[in-house]
Design a protein around this ligand. Structure first.
Ligand code: SF4
Length: 298
């Protein structure tokens, strides 16, 4: 499994680098890098429903979006090195603290290590494991995770190749993300809940509305309505886009918040098509909702 790193093709970037020697597009080698492990209260109500999601924030990313809300860890690679035994201990520690689940945030580039870490403790974990990713995934990598992941939480960020090329250098983003989401649904099945209303199995697709891009959002909603039966996955339309100072001036069109009109028009479109899921208050757009990446819990 770890030999995958010798010619890494874990994600659609297919860098083909030997990560024992070099870094690929995601910026990481063979050592797990993480920036925080803690109980997180602000996920959707079916994910943070009692004590909070047991989030593990991994550093590095295969997208490097120019507006990333977790820039310090995804682009600047802040984090602490862990081995698989230490990662296993982090999972058990979150469970001991009462986590509703183990939520792996931006895990794609560490899938082989995550599988090894889960192999060590899966028999002791009594809570679901969530794979929360940017959606830029290969079906082959999702298939490796069969039997390890209970809930998939993929983003679908962009529809248009021009938009995904501009903000994430990934003109083929939608092609890969849409195929990956269908593969996740066929693997995880329809949503299943426990007696507390917590999701224990299934897929929750997330989409964050961006400034000036509501029509791109609506095309994603159209694709979901046409391709995914309403009872087969949940959809969360997010309103937490925050225009951070580090965004380059050449992306001036996204250096502002999403307006109420923009967000509400996307939600209205989803409702009109019978989409099943969650919306967010405008107050979610704030730097205070960005986790403090302080290596806590690692
Ligand atoms: S996981 Fe990283 S190194 Fe591997 S293909 Fe993707 S971006 Fe490249």
């Amino acid at each position: 499994m770890i030999s995958i790193y010798k010619n890494c093709r874990l994600c659609p970037r297919k860098c083909g680098v030997n990560r024992y020697i070099n870094h690929g597009f995601c910026g990481t080698g063979t050592e797990i890098l993480a920036a925080k492990a803690s109980l997180h209260q602000w996920e959707e109500p079916c994910i943070s429903y009692r004590n909070g999601a047991g989030t593990v924030f991994f550093s590095g990313c295969n997208l490097h979006c120019c507006f990333c809300q977790n820039n310090k860890i995804s682009n600047e690679l802040f984090g602490k090195k862990l081995n698989t035994a230490e990662l296993s201990d982090v999972f058990l520690s979150l469970q001991d603290k009462g986590a509703d689940n183990i939520e792996l945030v931006t895990p794609t580039h560490f899938v082989p290590d995550i599988i090894n870490a889960l192999d060590r403790v899966k028999h002791r974990l009594e809570i679901p494991v969530i794979y929360n990713s940017g959606g830029y995934e290969l079906i082959e990598t999702i298939e490796l995770l069969n039997g390890y992941i209970d809930i998939y939480m993929p983003d679908i960020k962009y529809f248009s190749p021009e938009v995904s090329a501009r903000y994430s250098n990934a003109p083929d983003y939608f092609e890969y993300a849409s195929s990956a989401v269908l593969s996740m649904i066929s693997q995880a099945g329809k949503p299943v809940y426990n007696e507390h209303g917590g999701l224990i199995k299934g897929v929750l697709i997330r989409h964050m509305v961006l400034p000036s891009l509501r029509h791109d959002s609506m095309k994603i909603i159209d694709w979901i309505a046409e391709n995914i039966p309403a009872d087969s996955a949940l959809v969360s339309i997010m309103n937490q886009y925050t225009p951070f100072d580090f965004i380059d001036e050449k992306f001036s069109e996204i250096k502002r918040r999403v307006t109420k009109m923009e967000y509400n028009s996307v939600v209205r479109h989803a409702v009109s098509l019978g989409i099943n899921g969650f919306t967010q208050q405008a107050s979610s757009s704030s730097e205070k909702y960005v986790p403090d990446f302080d290596l806590a819990g690692l």
